[in-house]
Design a protein. Structure first.
Length: 82
């Protein structure tokens, strides 16, 4: 049996909550983009502030940049909906 790899739509608020829970802090908005930075770590996460839900490619790129799996985000979202 194959594992379902489809990630559900990620709302902007849910993704912001996920980043906050992972220790990221909001740094600034530049030209309609939000920049989230994890103190002491490398690459920031940049998302569009008016694109809700967050496009899947942007979610996957951000997860790859911070070293997280899609499953981690999926579990976080399931807990948030409870």
């Amino acid at each position: 049996m194959m594992k379902d790899t489809h990630l559900p739509a990620v709302s902007l608020d849910a993704f912001r909550s996920f980043l906050t829970a992972k220790g990221f802090v909001f740094r600034f908005i530049a030209g309609g983009y939000e920049k989230w930075h994890q103190p002491g770590e490398g690459r920031p996460v940049v998302i569009r502030m008016y694109q809700d839900p967050v496009p899947l490619f942007a979610v996957r790129t951000a997860l790859r940049a911070i070293g997280e799996e899609e499953e981690t985000l999926r579990k976080f979202m399931e807990q948030e909906l409870r």
